[in-house]
Design a protein around this ligand. Structure first.
Ligand code: ADP
Ligand code: MG
Length: 688
């Protein structure tokens, strides 16, 4: 960027001293550029100044007038009403402020003023309940007579302050700055130049100009992101791996033979894709997508085993301890007979225990290490790490995925996600990955029958459980857990389990599972459930992801409207894992339209892909899976749902740009790289 004013701290802007700078910093605005990239959320059309006499009761309008009189009254304690009488050339109207006694002092009689607010008419008088005002100094107004920007606010920021300092910043920026987007692209998509777009997005002359400026920044943001992803990906492809795999050997064959089933055609297909990648000279970076229950685990075990068989180590990272434990015990039972040492690293391990384990890992004695993100700690070192698997990938971010790279010489990476991601999001999230899809469930599965019922029918739901358990099946009952009051909710789960064990289900063993339990306690409960001793498992959402107990055929979700669609689908995925008919009962009295829509979507389809799209539609990408968990970058202006066409164009252009200038030798490419680096720091994979 040719203009260094942009990178200066906000204090370099006129009128911003340390106090205002601190306010801005709290809102994440540090540099002039941050400020100018604090885009308006929308605009208010105040192009037409209104005449007081013509305003209707209840509407919001902007009026201009000269102050005739001012009074401040205190009708009761704690309330000050300031009332100015203004003349707009035709008649008198009143501007009213509450609890802002200084207004009277600040606006002397005779001042010309713009006021914006709700109109109240009564007893022949017109009053404006002032939301905003601006002195009319005869010059250009920032808050009246135009499309006025409305900014997202945070902390002590206010619209007037932002408008004023943005204007100062634009003035000081001057008329000419370079553009980091290549001219060719701007022309192709008819986008305005950087400087013009900045001025326009804050102070547009009309709605069309505003839209064009917005589009430029949306394109810019998505293009730079896709550019970063593409570089990241290329970086990965450039490094030849130090490790090599042997073709499938005895262990793999023995493992496949020990399975009680044959791989489905889809599993076999993705396994071929994965082993081909592993045998290539360059590191694998592949996403394995497959609906819940499609059998991704066995494929990842094959990949880990291939590493072990080639004298390398493998690691599997899961998002929750329960899931990590399940993978650990599952893998141990199939791999230990083949002489493979599998170990589990948990957060709750004692220091001594952990040290011993880590030593066996760095010695290379442990062949496969399973755990949660605790695996990313620096103290975890491998001897010869070849293969890393990340389960339930959508729970981790790009950066966490990249973290393993520093632990081995570019290990092969397989990331798995249970809920299919809509294509638009997949491009954004996984633009740096190859994708394999398991597109079918193992044979003999019947779709889970799903019902939404009100609380008063709970007795019937318990009948269903009794009936299924009498036939030898098992059931889950999930209680919601709201973070704010974890203790209270936990208590509810504990009580429910106790009541059911003593009442409705006294004939059977009822288990309880929640996140506060110690790892071994959880495993005891899960083992007892998997072995069929515990018939009914009451649980908080800790069982949400990955838990595999094929004999369970009933999933009851209490207060189901408190869960998002992705979560409901994950929970439902805990049943329907065998040839038996399974049931999912959503017990809820939804209070919102969206809650009802979610339950309806669940009863209508069991297709995870359709549900993910529906989720995206209902909540928007910002909320999809919860932003923080999704690994999605936080875009300032782009909306992945509304702007998916621009996203696609940006992706194509970014890929085309890099393939046309693979070594980024053009000056334009260097500028792009600099800008991309400051926006989306992708960690170790992002260097030239
Ligand atoms: P997910 O893809 O949700 O992780 P899992 O790997 O947990 O699914 O597998 C779901 C269930 O399907 C497990 O009980 C597993 O043993 C079983 N399974 C996996 N592959 C097959 C297959 N080819 N035939 C029959 N059952 C299978
Ligand atoms: Mg799984």
């Amino acid at each position: 960027m040719s203009n260094d004013f942009l990178t200066k701290p906000v204090q370099s802007i006129k009128t911003i001293g340390p106090r205002r700078a601190a306010i801005l910093q709290k809102a994440g605005i540090f540099t002039v550029k941050d400020l100018l990239y604090h885009f308006p959320r929308r605009y208010e059309d105040r192009t037409r100044l209104r005449e007081a006499g013509a305003c209707a009761h209840g509407e919001t309008a902007t009026l201009r007038g000269t102050v005739l009189t001012a009074q401040a009254i205190r009708p009761k304690r704690g309330l000050t009403v300031t009332k100015l009488a203004l003349h707009d050339g035709l008649g008198v109207f009143y501007a009213v402020w509450f609890n802002q006694p200084y207004i009277k002092k600040n606006i002397p009689i005779g001042t010309k003023l713009y006021v914006t607010g709700k109109i109240e008419r009564g007893f022949g008088a017109v009053q404006v309940m002032v939301e905003e005002y601006e002195l009319d100094d005869g010059g250009e107004s920032l808050s009246a007579g135009r499309l006025v920007p409305l900014y997202p606010l945070a902390g002590q920021l206010n619209q007037r302050l932002l408008r004023a300092i943005v204007k100062f910043a634009l003035d000081e920026l001057g008329g000419h700055t370079g553009d980091f987007l290549p001219e060719k692209l701007l022309r192709k998509f008819s986008l305005p130049l950087f400087r013009e777009a900045l001025a326009t997005i804050h102070y547009p002359g009309n709605a069309e100009d505003a839209a064009r400026a917005r589009k430029r920044f949306i394109f810019e943001e998505l293009f730079l992101y896709q550019f970063s992803l593409a570089l990241c990906r290329r970086e990965i492809a450039r490094w030849e791996k130090a490790h090599r795999y042997l073709p499938e050997g005895k262990m793999t064959i023995a493992f496949l033979e020990s399975l009680p089933y044959r791989l489905t055609a889809e599993q076999a297909k993705v396994w071929r894709e994965i082993s081909r990648d592993m045998e290539s000279r360059f590191p694998m970076h592949r996403l394995l997508q497959g609906d819940v229950g499609s059998g991704k685990t066995v494929v990842s075990v094959l990949a880990l085993l291939k590493a072990v068989e080639s004298g390398l180590q493998g690691v599997l990272m899961a998002p929750t301890e329960i899931l990590a434990e399940q993978h650990y015990y599952g893998m141990k039972s199939v791999l230990a007979p083949l002489g493979v040492e599998v170990a589990l690293l948990t957060g709750g391990m004692r220091k001594k225990e952990k040290e011993e384990l880590l030593e066996r890992v760095s010695d290379g004695k442990v062949a496969v290490l399973v755990g949660t993100h605790a695996l990313l700690q620096e103290s975890v070192r491998f001897n010869k790490l070849g293969m890393t698997v990340v389960d339930e990938q959508h729970r981790f971010g790009v950066r966490q995925r990249a973290a393993f790279r520093s632990k081995g010489c570019w290990p092969d990476t397989l990331v798995m996600t249970a809920t299919p991601i809509p294509r638009t999001l997949a491009l954004t999230l996984y633009g740096d990955l190859d994708v394999s899809v398991i597109g079918e469930l193992p044979p003999g599965r019947q779709p889970v029958k799903t019902y939404a019922v009100p609380h008063r029918l709970l007795a019937r739901v318990y009948n269903l459980i009794r009936e299924q358990v009498s036939q030898g099946r098992q059931a889950f009952i999930v209680c919601p857990l709201v973070e704010e009051s974890e203790k209270v909710d936990l208590q509810a789960a504990v009580e429910l389990a106790e009541n059911l064990a003593a009442g409705e289900f006294r004939k059977w063993r009822v288990g309880l599972l929640h996140g506060r339990m110690k790892p071994f306690e959880k495993e005891d409960v899960m083992t007892s459930f998997r072995q069929g001793e515990t018939k009914i498992l009451v649980s908080t959402t800790v069982i949400e992801v990955g838990v595999d107990a094929p004999n369970a055929t009933v999933m009851v979700i209490l207060d189901a409207d408190r869960f998002g669609l992705a979560q409901l689908h994950q929970l439902r995925g805990r049943v329907g894992r065998s040839a038996y008919q399974s049931y999912c009962v959503l017990v809820a009295g939804p209070k919102t339209e969206e809650g009802r829509a979610r339950l309806k979507a669940m009863t209508r389809t069991t297709d995870g892909f359709a549900l993910a799209e529906e989720d995206l539609r209902l909540r928007g990408p910002g909320e999809f899976y919860g932003t923080r968990q999704s690994g999605l970058p936080e875009f300032k202006i782009a909306d992945l749902l509304a702007d998916w066409k621009i996203l696609q164009a940006a992706r194509e252009e970014a890929l085309a740009w890099i393939s046309a200038d693979p070594h980024l030798q053009r000056p334009e490419s260097k500028v792009l790289l600099d800008e991309a680096k400051t926006r989306f720091n992708m960690g170790s994979g992002f260097t030239l």
